[in-house]
Design a protein around this ligand. Structure first.
Ligand code: 3PG
Ligand code: CO
Length: 547
């Protein structure tokens, strides 16, 4: 794995790679596009340099390994592509194939849980929506139908409501579909029920250890049958818990009880448990709680000896979980490995909410280092608040850490991710998202000014769209409103392409973007920053955007 010097670009430190998480360039340039509305002089100036130094690339659909071009981009596939320089069939696609070929039902993971079907309970835990970012209902139903065909007699669902990858308020629809599906199983002789649940930002789906309390609340509801709210009917649970205005993301934890008042689906020894999310970040913690005998992140009270599987294996370094239903995408020989094998030093930084994006996802879903002596990863702790309440998030602190790394002269490449356009965009709060974008733009300026001073080079890009459209639209692009005339917020990502800008004093005259890659995607960015570091990109990577 040897990198060769680039014929025209010098190996001149530092190179800055900056990712604006959730910053798309949307075709709708109107009052609902927070990127457009925000005052962004830095990004505007980069764009004004023209197509030799500023362009967009595809960040959604098949360009990033998702099943179809109707799939919006997301941070996992985006950072995988940016880090690896390859388009890899992603988890969503691999699960589709495993269901279509029925390989899921003959592989080892299925063999591990199948013995529980006859005399124990199969528990399915995961995000109930069609967002296609962490999970999809057709896959969840496909999995459950397979269990039924293999003799499953008792099925319990632990439902996490979405409203983040799909519009808020849709949880009712998904719950109704699920209940109808489960009723059809009951008619076939399988006792199938919803057992517990809660909103994805309230229980279970924490990531990067930002708030273990979320996972604990989920554990108590799913495993122990213990939650502040108890209902006999899951549809009623959602109606009641959303009455005070709670969004789908923040539905309080609940447990479904029978006529006797007892929880209908606690998790017991020898039960099978499946996490039905294909994406890793938000199910690593709950997986550890189920898998690790030795565990002190919270008091589990009771630790049932279950047959636990993930829909995928979520962490390639930790081999977590040990058993899984579909082998994960093999993302090998990523840029991080190439750089480390060539003795090049990397600094990566973001705040907690995106820390694993610029490390774990960037490195092909690996939580370790390629060479600890060459890689420095800095996590700035995120606040645990709804981010529209603090839209600047930790952008200043990240900038300070990035500047220190640039100034140190130690690193060949300094990689920074700003979380706020995405995290605030997910709240659906337009004003807060505009503030997030403005903060981000101002921080990028500070970094670029320092690169200028230090005589380096930079590449600024994004992983997918989000802040660039904050409203649900009709087919003609008109903003949708509810019955009271209020705008219907768009909390999810978009299909928009994202910017890529290059520059800096060390960029030799004549080096510019080529014009023969109109369909380029995020995977083409990898070879581009390797070029900026003064090296030819490995032939196995998607071609560089630079001529
Ligand atoms: C989340 O997990 O917060 C969303 O589902 C996706 O957001 P991300 O892909 O930007 O992390
Ligand atoms: Co997002």
């Amino acid at each position: 794995m040897e990198l060769h010097p680039h014929p025209t670009i010098p190996q001149k430190k530092p190179v800055l790679v900056c990712i604006l998480d959730g910053w798309g360039e949307n075709e709708y340039e109107d009052e609902h596009n927070a990127v457009h509305v925000a005052k962004t002089p830095t990004m505007d100036a980069l764009k004004a340099k023209g197509q030799s130094f500023y362009r967009t690339v595809q960040a959604h659909g098949t360009a990033v390994g998702l099943p179809t071009d109707a799939d919006m981009g997301n941070s996992e596939v985006g950072h995988n592509a940016l880090g690896a320089g390859k388009v890899i069939a992603q988890g969503a696609s691999l699960v589709d194939i495993a269901l279509e070929t029925k390989n899921m039902f003959s592989d080892a993971g299925w063999g591990y849980i199948k013995p529980a079907f006859a005399n124990n309970t199969l528990h399915v835990i995961g995000l109930l929506s069609d967002g296609g970012v962490h999970s999809r209902t057709d896959q969840i139903f496909g999995l459950m139908r397979g269990a039924l065909a293999d003799g499953c007699k008792k099925l319990r669902l632990h439902v996490l409501t979405d409203g983040r990858d799909v519009p808020d308020g849709t949880s009712h629809e998904y719950m109704a579909k699920l209940v109808a599906e489960l009723d059809s199983y009951t008619a076939q002789g399988c006792d199938a029920k919803v057992a517990s649940g809660g909103g994805r930002m309230a229980v279970t789906m924490d990531r990067y250890e930002a708030d273990w309390g979320m996972v604990e609340r989920g554990w108590r509801a799913h495993v122990l049958g213990d939650a502040p709210h108890k209902f006999k009917c899951p549809k009623e649970a959602l109606t009641e818990l959303k009455k005070d205005g709670a969004t789908d993301q923040y539905v309080a934890p609940f447990v479904i009880v029978g006529d006797d008042g007892e929880a209908v689906g606690t998790i017991q020894d020898d039960d099978a448990v499946v996490i039905c999310n294909f994406r890793a970040d938000r199910v690593v913690e709950i997986s550890k709680a189920f898998e690790y005998a030795d565990f002190d992140s919270f008091d589990r009270v009771r630790f049932p000896k279950t047959k636990f599987v993930g829909l995928m294996q979520y962490d390639g370094d930790l081999k977590l979980p040990a058993n899984y239903l579909v082998p994960p995408p093999l993302i090998e020989r990523t840029s991080g490995e190439w750089l480390a094998k060539n003795g090049l030093k990397t600094f990566a930084c973001s705040e907690t909410q995106k820390f694993g994006h610029v490390t774990f996802f960037w490195n092909g879903n690996r939580s370790g280092y390629f060479n600890e002596n060459l890689e420095t990863y800095v996590e700035i702790p995120s606040d645990n608040v709804p981010f529209n309440q603090a839209p600047l998030m930790k952008a200043r602190e990240i900038t300070a850490a990035g500047k220190e790394a640039l100034l140190s002269g130690k690193y060949d490449v300094v990689r920074i991710n700003y979380a706020n356009p995405d995290m605030v965009g997910h709240t659906g709060d337009m004003a807060a998202t505009v503030a997030a974008c403005e903060e981000c733009d101002a921080c990028v300026k500070e970094l670029l000014d320092l690169v200028e001073e230090l005589g380096g080079m930079f590449l600024v890009t994004a992983d997918h769209g989000n802040a660039d459209d904050m409203v649900q639209r009709d087919k003609k692009g008109g903003a949708l409103k509810d019955d009271s005339g209020a705008l219907l917020a768009l909390t999810s990502h978009t299909l928009a392409p994202v910017p890529v800008a290059i520059g800096g004093p060390a960029l030799p005259t004549g080096v510019k973007f080529r014009d023969d890659l109109p369909k380029a995607g995020l995977a083409n960015v990898t070879a581009t920053y390797i070029n900026l570091m003064g090296y030819e990109a490995p032939a196995e990577m998607e071609p560089s955007l630079i001529a």
